[in-house]
Each structure stands twice: as C-alpha cells, then as structure tokens.
Design a protein around this ligand. Structure first.
Ligand code: ZN
Length: 258
C-alpha cells in the first residue's frame, strides 16, 4: 500500500479547535471574541492511497480557488472560523497531476475537507448519508460548499470489529473499509486501508492531531463528546497493534511541510 500525504496549505484557527481545554467557553473554537493574533496555524491534509488495484483520494483539502478568492469561495462565516492560507500549486488537484483516481472518499463534509472537490469534476464522491443529512441541517457549520454536488452514500452493515458497530467494504475485497463514527460530526467516517500484513487508518478530524488520542485531548468542534472519547481510546489501542502502519489525521502540526 502507498499512502501519500498531500498538504494543501494551512488554516488559521482558534487554539480551542485542536484542544478545547485551552479555552473555557464551549464555542471558543469558532474564533469569536479571540484576537486574530492568537490564532494558530495548522496544516490541512488529505491523502492519496493506492492499495490492491485501487487508487483513491481521501478528503480534498483546500481548493485552488482559496489562493485568490478565499472569502468568496467559503463565504464570510467559514472564512472567519477557518481562514485558509495556501500558495499556487498546493491544491490536491495540482499536486496529483496525472495520477489516476478511482473515487474520492470523504471523512466528513467540513469546508477544509470538501473545498478541493471543486477542482475535481465528474468524480464519484462517497460520504455517509448521516453526514450529508446533518450538513443539510447545519448550514452555519457547513456553509454553501456541500450544496450542488452529487454524493454516493456508503452502504454500512453491522460489524463487531467496527468502533461503532458499522462498516462498509468499499470495493468488496476488504482493502478499504469505512467505519461510521458519530464523533466530530454526525456522519464522520474513518477509513481502514489494509494489505496482506499491515493496516493504516485515515481518520479525518477524529483526532485533530496525534496527541488527541495519545493524550486524550478533546478537539473543539464536536457532535458527541462521549463518542469522541470512545473513538480516541479505540485509536490509541489500534496504534499499539504491531501491524498498524500509522494513523493519519488531517491537521497534525508535526507533519506539516511548512
Ligand atoms: Zn478539518
């Protein structure tokens, strides 16, 4: 298996976004009432995966649109809460020139994951029905970026080994399993990539950074705090498995290119 990390610039967020214990107010992660100089810069990553005979892009990071027109592309609310920082040539589309992609798999539909979809036309894009329905209800959080795209829904089945009891075997050969995880958002998904002897997990914002599961730090935006705690403990256990190649999240600063 090959997992290629694609860093599509970064985002300026409240310190409470990766770790909610840094601020007392429950909604501090929105950045309201916090000076811009106090924001922190975190990378925005997505992953290009080759396993068995499949090539997929998991999440899409920032679109190339944000380089010149961030405010227009996102709308003021999303731009304010997660201001994009990106240079020309850093979008996933620009970095993946010529590489085949069978499908795009979304961990969830927040703007820093879904924005890059605008650079990919005619691709099959998978998400969970729960995430799509939730995004339709929570326009303040998801903004306008989710609208106007066609999605395919992951077909979840009961699975004792899945952290919340449901998985979808994407290609029917066990190489990519999707786990439904109602944690960061109602329909967040973790992807388990495996070949004959190793596996990796691509977790989106289920764990904002490695310390989220290693030290049990709760991120700011949460759909269900108890589920997130449960998921972080599960990730910690998975990381200790001898055949675990790694756990890949979207915003860990230690792995930032910049
Ligand atoms: Zn994110």
């Amino acid at each position: 298996m090959i997992i290629q990390t694609i860093t599509t610039g970064s985002t300026l967020v409240s310190s409470a976004t990766p770790d909610r214990s840094t601020r007392r107010w429950k909604y501090a992660y929105t950045g309201l009432f916090q000076r811009r100089s106090k924001r922190i810069e975190v990378p925005v990553k997505c992953y290009y995966v080759k396993v068995s005979c499949h090539s997929v892009l998991i999440d899409t990071g920032w679109s190339k649109e944000v380089v010149e027109h961030g405010l227009r592309h996102l709308g003021f609310g999303l731009w304010f809460a997660s201001e994009p920082v990106m240079k020309h040539g850093e979008s996933a589309k620009e970095q993946l020139t010529g590489q085949p992609i069978d499908a795009i798999l979304m961990t969830h539909l927040d703007c820093d994951h879904v924005s890059g979809l605008y650079d990919f036309d005619g691709m099959e894009v998978y998400t969970s029905r729960a995430e799509f329905d939730y995004s339709a209800k929570k326009r303040l959080r998801y903004g306008k970026l989710v609208k106007g795209r066609e999605y395919r829904f992951l077909d979840f089945k009961p699975d004792d080994k899945a952290p919340f009891g449901q998985s979808c075997d994407l290609f029917g050969d066990g190489s990519i399993l999707a786990y439904l995880t109602p944690t960061h958002s109602a329909g967040s998904v973790i992807y388990r990539i495996s070949d004959a002897d190793r596996f990796a997990l691509i977790v989106g914002d289920n764990g904002y950074m490695k310390d989220s599961w290693r030290k049990g730090l709760l991120p700011g935006p949460l759909y269900n705090a108890d589920n997130m705690r449960r998921c972080l403990s599960w990730l910690k256990e998975q990381e200790q498995q001898p055949d675990c190649l790694g756990i890949y999240c979207a915003h860990d600063r230690n792995f930032a290119r910049r």
